[in-house]
Design a protein around this ligand. Structure first.
Ligand code: TYM
Length: 326
């Protein structure tokens, strides 16, 4: 069975971008593949964070994973820092990868611009640790959004380099794409993101919250007509409608737009209902897990000890190949 790995940073509750770009892919793959899905806490600490809420943030992601339908009978759930082999492998892999290539990555440059006073080694090292995450389990498929493609490229380069220097060891991981690989922001430009206030809808939002978040999303006067724009607030609403509203609704509002009779209040109402319809069962399942913290701990403990075993096998092979053990 092909192996799969994906991770989400421990920055709190998941939003629709995380869900459509990553979790939907995880749900599909757990049915047919050998999967590990992780809360990557070590990646979360590369940008400013509050240590006193880190444990809670880890928990929120785990609860959202379980609520969304990740099933511990079908996949393993992991907390990255509880499998220390991640950092061990990351260090070994860092010895074969050029610093200049890491400095050139768009994700690193973005973070540097976003947090000019928080440029640390961990940030530069981020893609190496991410490569180690996947390669530790010899993952072949990685369900993540399109924004992660540069990191996947680094992973493949590291795998190739390791294989050529030390002998065939790792597969070259490919991204598993979902329909929602890029969920746009609600603020009119860019992607839906935790760090941009007003840009996101969380999986735990109730109908009223979804409506009020959508109400603030920018549109135009509704009198423009012609083709739907490629970017901006209106384009983003149509993308969300395509992802959540079904074909019929999408076609109806496209038609309304062409005919200059679109009413964005109505479109936002329909969209809010459609999003909530998808989220409601997730929210109900979440409550069950919230009320049963012991069960969640048991699931994690079992899963994490299985992960450590697989991780140890890879580390043994890597250390032998690198001449660190005989
Ligand atoms: P993070 O926490 O930033 O994002 C988690 C996942 O959500 C996806 N995503 C989106 N997809 C579509 N539209 C959006 N607006 C959107 N916003 C976020 C991301 O693509 C990602 O799949 N570096 C990873 C974490 C990580 C990882 C790994 C992933 C660490 N190690 C190993 C896979 C394998 C990240 O940025 O997570």
């Amino acid at each position: 069975m092909k192996r799969v790995y994906s991770g989400i940073r421990a920055t709190g509750r998941l939003h629709l971008g995380n869900y459509m770009g990553a979790v939907k892919g995880m749900l599909a793959l757990q049915e047919t593949h050998d999967c590990v899905f992780s809360v990557v806490d070590l990646h979360a600490i590369t940008t400013p964070y509050d240590p006193s809420s880190l444990q809670q943030n880890i928990r929120e992601v785990i609860l959202d994973f379980l609520a969304a339908g990740l099933d511990p009978q079908k996949c393993k759930l992991e907390i990255q820092s509880r499998v220390p082999q991640h950092t061990e492998l990351a260090y070994l892999l860092s010895t074969i990868y050029p610093v200049s290539r890491l400095e050139d990555l768009p994700t690193y440059k973005d973070k540097k611009a976003q947090y000019p006073k928080y440029i640390n080694m961990g940030l530069l090292y981020y893609p190496v640790l991410m490569a180690a995450d996947v390669l530790l389990y010899k993952g072949e498929l990685v369900p993540v959004g399109i924004d992660q493609e540069p990191h996947l490229e680094v992973m493949r380069e590291i795998a190739r380099k390791f294989n050529s220097v030390y002998g065939e060891t790792f597969p070259e991981p490919q991204r598993f794409k979902t329909e929602g690989e890029y969920v746009p922001s609600l603020v009119g430009s860019g992607k839906m993101s935790k760090t941009v206030e007003g840009s996101y809808i969380n999986l735990t939002d109730d109908l009223e919250t979804i409506k009020s978040r959508l109400a603030k999303a920018p549109t135009d006067s509704g009198a423009i007509g012609g083709n739907i724009p490629q970017e901006g607030g209106v384009a983003n609403l149509f993308t969300l409608l395509r992802l959540f509203g079904g074909k019929e609704m999408f076609t109806k509002f496209v038609q309304d737009y062409h005919e200059k009779k679109i009413r964005y209040v109505e479109m936002k109402e329909v969209l809010a209902e459609a999003i909530y319809k998808e989220l409601q069962p997730i929210q109900e399942r979440r409550k069950e897990f919230e009320q049963n913290p012991k069960l969640v701990d048991e699931i994690l403990n079992t899963s994490i000890s299985q992960c450590r075993q697989v991780a140890e096998e890879t580390m043994k092979e890597v250390k032998e190949k690198m001449g660190l053990v005989s």
